[in-house]
Ligand binder design. Structure first.
Ligand code: ATP
Ligand code: MG
Length: 564
């Protein structure tokens, strides 16, 4: 084990404990090898990140290697677009498969040969029942299945039919190849499962070379064995598949068709509150245009989270906190959000921007004068430097920061009240201008020139500090204020999960930012003081039309909603 990376034994999760033992006993007599095996039928989501982090993480810690392998056996749903997005996402999370990029579809010939050997050994047969009939005759958990009338076909006939299936002599769905295992097994998956189907659908990689396609279970395990995977780590729903995984593997081992003997170990999936995680449902959101695409910043996809501004380090630190176990549970979305805040707090420059501007005129500040004030980029890290921000007679503050008739405990600006403008001066409200509808158009203030930098030499205190921007120098930008996509902790509780969509998950405003934001490059992240973390959108932003995505607010506003 890599001592620099390996954690103390007692803090290891159960999978790392197993591997530690296997290494100690030299169980495999070779390097530890894992794989991340996505099906390219959608974009990766944060659940997949758990599997990526585990598989690549374990390989690294035990001086092993991890392959990236596409389990691409279902031509109807798979595409090159998905293949490419998956690679981008794995790299973004910080992992590297080097030259070990594999496709199950590259093993089709090999898998066919294995199947022929299983037929020869009397372990598989061609069944002419329809898929519906097979399902019906499979029985139930308390009723054994019925053996197929084709179960005892001769090896010769099976070989002949299988070859002709491959050649395309039979109609789609007219025949299948089934493993001959046990129709009365308590495990339904063992009841002569289907290994091959006839399906005339072109595959995104093999084109129309094949008209028969191997099943997921059959393909997955043999792909592991072909590559020499030692530990095949997968989520808990595959636990009942393990006997089948072992059956195929052990038959082929005893026929000397395999060199390696991988072992499957299951762990619990990541489930997050306020989130749906299955690719099928995410595709539904995309297709119904409820979101703008797989990379919509409200999606739990890695491309969505990246676009939203989540740093990969925050996702890794979240996954560290979640850990690995066999317990199924829901993780609170706010844990992920707090990891994002923690990471962004360290890394982001502070800037000032106003989302809903209210004009402020400083009556005693000279017309045309501009002062350059110094502002640190980070309150806790002086190595991040500082910048100049212009100050002038006309400014904007946040509408929320002013109330004409403030309730008790509202300490921000109101008539007669003095507050601090961040890095600038104290100002005091001396008047208002309203339009004919009664809406406040301007707030008139005076400033105290003695309070430059935001501190009064006479020690006079104010109760609030506001962010602001100088009107003429401000940079105009679009700000997309994202919030959780679902209103319910478990969106799937409703028969129709689309009914639990948060209608306010996106609010678009025109914001005004300090001049240092001009030309901000896509992907760059900032803390807008008092408002949250924002990131320049990587798709729609340009130097002329800046677009900021709100990554996250500064505080968890949902916890307050829940309590009240
Ligand atoms: P979904 O069910 O969300 O559509 P999937 O399991 O069909 O996803 P695959 O492409 O088959 O997606 O998954 C690749 C790997 O990622 C598998 O090994 C699977 O176990 C793992 N995985 C998928 N979802 C999660 C999750 N929520 N938590 C942990 N691992 C996951
Ligand atoms: Mg799946």
């Amino acid at each position: 084990m890599n001592p620099s990376k390996a954690k103390q034994n007692e803090s290891l999760d159960f999978i790392r404990k197993i591997i530690t033992e296997d290494v100690k006993n030299n169980k495999y007599n070779r390097q530890i090898m894992t794989r991340f095996p996505p099906e390219p039928n959608g974009y990766l989501h944060i659940g997949h990140a758990k599997s990526i982090y585990l598989n690549f993480g374990v390989a690294e810690e035990f001086n092993g290697i991890c392959n990236l392998r596409y389990d691409d056996t279902d031509p109807e749903k798979e595409s090159m677009e998905y293949v490419e997005s998956i690679q981008e996402d794995v790299r973004w999370l910080g992992f590297d498969w080097e030259d070990r990029l594999y496709f199950a579809s590259d093993y089709f010939e090999q898998l066919y040969k294995f199947a022929v050997e299983l037929i020869k050994a009397g372990k598989a047969y061609i069944c002419d029942l329809s898929v519906e009939e097979i399902k019906e005759q499979r029985g139930t958990s308390d009723k054994p299945g019925i053996e197929s009338p084709f179960r005892n076909r001769s090896v010769e006939e099976n070989l002949d039919l299988f070859e002709r299936m491959r050649k395309g002599e039979f109609k789609d769905g007219s025949r299948v190849l089934r493993a001959k295992i046990d129709m009365s097994s308590p495990n339904m998956l063992i009841r002569d499962p289907i290994m091959y189907r006839i399906k005339r659908v072109p595959h995104y990689r093999t084109g129309d070379e094949w008209v028969i396609y191997p099943s997921y279970d059959y393909t997955h395990g043999q792909s592991d064995a072909i590559e020499g995977i030692t530990h095949s780590l997968c989520s808990l729903e595959f636990e009942t598949h393990r006997p089948l995984y072992n059956w195929y593997r052990d038959q082929l081992l005893s026929l000397n068709m395999l060199k390696y003997c991988p072992e499957q170990i299951e762990f619990s999936r990541l489930n997050l509150t306020y989130t749906v995680m299955s690719k099928r449902r995410l595709l539904e959101l995309v297709k119904k245009r409820i979101v703008s695409g797989w990379d919509d910043p409200r999606m739990p996809t890695l491309s969505g989270l990246r676009r939203r501004g989540f740093p990969p380090a925050a996702i890794r630190s979240f996954l560290d906190k979640v850990g690995i176990s066999k317990r199924e549970n829901y993780i609170d979305l706010s844990l992920l959000e707090s990891c994002v805040r923690e990471e962004l707090d360290k890394k982001c420059n502070r800037v000032m921007a106003v989302l809903r501007p209210l004009k402020v005129i400083i009556q005693n500040y000279p017309e045309g004068k501009i002062e350059e004030l110094e502002a640190p980029n980070h309150p806790k890290d002086s190595s991040m430097g500082s910048r100049k921000i212009p100050f002038s007679r006309t400014l904007y503050i946040e509408q929320d920061d002013f109330l004409e008739d403030p309730p008790r405990k509202f300490y921000r600006l109101s008539p007669g009240r003095e507050v601090r403008l961040r890095y600038a001066y104290y100002i005091k409200c001396v008047g208002l201008v309203k339009d004919e509808t009664g809406e406040i158009k301007e707030v008139h203030v005076t400033y105290d020139p003695e309070t430059k930098g935001g501190f009064a030499p006479d020690g006079r205190k104010v109760k609030a500090t506001l962010h602001w921007v100088a009107a003429d120098q401000a940079v105009r930008a679009e700000a997309r204020l994202y919030d959780r996509l679902f209103l319910k902790e478990n969106p799937l509780e409703d028969a129709d999960f689309l009914k639990t969509i948060n209608p306010q998950s996106l609010d678009v405003v025109t914001c005004l930012g300090e001049p240092s934001l001009a030309g901000a490059s896509p992907g760059s992240r900032y803390q807008f003081e008092r408002l949250g973390y924002f990131c320049v959108d990587s798709v729609d932003s340009s130097p002329e039309n800046l677009v900021f995505n709100r990554t996250i607010t500064l505080r968890d506003t949902w916890s307050r909603i829940k309590k009240s």
